[in-house]
Design a protein around this ligand. Structure first.
Ligand code: MG
Length: 382
C-alpha cells in the first residue's frame, strides 16, 4: 500500500488524480489533500476520500472549512501547511498552479519521495535548485505533463542517454493555429480559452494559445532529461494523439500515443514502472484517423523562441520569463492587455534580466519578485 498526497486537489489535475485513484483504494491510500481556497470542493473530497490531513493555503478559507469537515480529519492552514503536507506521503502529486508550487517540489524531493509533477513552473523557474534537491536518495520526478510523460516512456527504448539524438515535443498549436497576425490583434479571452483538444485551467490554456506552454515545456524537457536545447524540437500536431517522440541515434523515432487524457499520465506517475489496469485515452482503431505534423510558425508565435532564449541563458533567466509570463497572462485574462501584447511584454522583461545566478531558493524567489515588478511596469506602460 502506497500513501498519496494531492496538492492542488480541487484543480483540473487534482480532480483527475482522484478519479484515477477511486478504483485503487487497495493499492493507494490518500493521506492528504490540499488546495488554495476552494472550501466546498475540498470539504466534499474530504468526505469522500477520508484523508488524514487536509490543508488550505488561504487561512480564512480554512476557518470556513473547519465546520464542514468530517470528525477526525486534521486541518492545516497557510502556505507552509502545503509544504508540511508534501512530506507526508510516498507519492506526492504537485498540481498547485504557478510559482507557488516550487517550495512543495523542493520539500518532496528533499524528503526523498516520488514527485508526480504537474507544476512545471517549479522545474522551469528553479532548475538548478531543483536538480540539487533531486539528488537526494529516493527522490524521483515523474512528470504529469502529457509530452514529458511520453518522452519518459519513449526513453525506455534506448539503453543510455548518449543514444538519444533528439526529443521531439508535439504541440496542439492551440486555438489560433493558422491565424494571421492581423486576425490575432482582436483575440478575446474567450477565444484564447477555447482549446481544441485539452480541458485545462485558464493559465495553461492561455499559455497554450501563445505557444508559451510549449516553450516552457522545452525548458522542462531540458531539466528533466538533461538534453541540450539544440536537441529539443517542437512540432505542431493538432490531433494531440502523438504526445511526444524520441529520435535515437540509429534514426528510429519512438512515439507514445493515446487520445488526449491526462489520467493516463497521472496513472503512469502513480504506478511506473508498473501500469494500472484501467485504460485511459484508448484509441479506437476501427475509425479512420489522420495524424499530421507541421513546423510551428515562429513569427506569429514568438513566445516559443523566447523560451529557448531564456533556457539557453540558464540560471534565473527561466524564472524571469516564467514570472513575467504569469503577470502578462493574468493581465490578459483581466482585460488589461491584448493577447498580442503578451509576447512583447515578455521580450522586454527578459531583456532586463540582470544575469543573477540560481544559487538557492532565495535567489529564485528574488528573481521571481523582481521579474514580476518589471513585468507589471511593462503592463502599466501599455
Ligand atoms: Mg503539456
Amino acid at each position: 500500500m502506497k500513501t498519496v498526497a494531492i496538492l492542488g486537489s480541487t484543480g483540473s489535475v487534482g480532480l483527475q488524480t482522484l478519479d484515477v485513484l477511486k478504483n485503487y483504494s487497495d493499492s493507494y491510500k490518500i493521506v492528504a489533500l490540499a488546495a488554495r481556497g476552494s472550501v466546498d470542493v475540498l470539504a466534499d473530497q474530504a468526505c469522500r476520500f477520508r484523508p488524514e490531513v487536509v490543508a488550505l493555503a488561504d487561512p480564512q478559507a480554512a476557518r470556513s472549512l473547519q465546520e464542514k469537515l468530517p470528525k477526525g480529519i486534521k486541518l492545516l492552514a497557510g502556505d507552509s501547511s502545503l509544504v508540511d503536507v508534501a512530506r507526508s506521503a510516498d507519492i506526492v502529486i504537485n498540481a498547485v498552479v504557478g510559482f507557488a508550487g516550487l517550495p512543495i517540489t523542493l520539500a518532496v524531493l528533499q524528503a526523498g519521495k516520488r514527485l508526480g509533477l504537474a507544476n512545471k513552473e517549479s522545474l522551469i523557474a528553479a532548475g538548478p535548485v531543483v536538480r540539487r534537491a533531486w539528488s537526494t536518495p529516493g527522490a524521483e520526478i515523474i512528470p504529469i505533463d502529457s509530452e514529458h510523460s511520453a518522452v519518459q516512456q519513449c526513453l525506455l527504448s534506448g539503453r543510455s542517454h548518449d543514444q538519444v539524438s533528439s526529443i521531439v515535443l508535439t504541440a496542439s498549436g492551440g486555438p489560433f493555429l493558422g491565424w494571421s497576425s492581423e486576425r490575432l490583434q482582436n483575440v478575446t479571452v474567450e477565444n484564447a480559452l477555447a482549446h481544441p483538444t485539452w480541458q485545462m485551467g485558464p493559465k495553461i490554456t492561455v499559455d497554450s494559445s501563445t505557444l508559451m506552454n510549449k516553450g516552457l515545456e522545452v525548458i522542462e524537457a531540458h531539466e528533466l532529461f538533461d538534453v541540450d536545447y539544440d536537441r529539443i524540437e517542437v512540432v505542431v500536431h493538432r490531433q494531440s494523439v502523438v504526445h511526444s517522440m524520441v529520435t535515437f541515434c540509429d534514426g528510429a523515432v519512438i512515439a507514445q500515443l493515446s487520445m488526449p487524457d491526462m489520467r493516463l499520465c497521472i496513472s503512469y506517475a502513480l504506478a511506473c514502472p508498473d501500469r494500472l489496469d484501467t485504460p485511459f485515452g484508448a484509441i479506437d482503431w476501427t475509425q479512420p484517423r489522420h495524424l499530421d505534423f507541421e513546423p510551428p510558425d515562429r513569427t506569429v508565435f514568438p513566445c516559443l523562441d523566447l523560451a529557448y532564449e531564456a533556457g539557453r541563458a540558464g540560471e534565473t533567466a527561466p524564472a524571469w520569463l516564467n514570472a513575467a509570463n504569469e503577470v502578462a497572462v493574468q493581465a490578459f485574462l483581466d482585460g488589461r492587455i491584448a493577447w498580442v501584447e503578451i509576447a512583447p511584454i515578455l521580450a522586454q522583461t527578459l531583456a532586463q534580466w540582470p544575469g543573477d545566478k540560481a544559487v538557492d531558493l532565495e535567489c529564485v524567489l528574488a528573481a521571481d519578485v523582481q521579474a514580476r515588478q518589471a513585468a507589471i511596469r511593462m503592463v502599466e506602460q501599455r
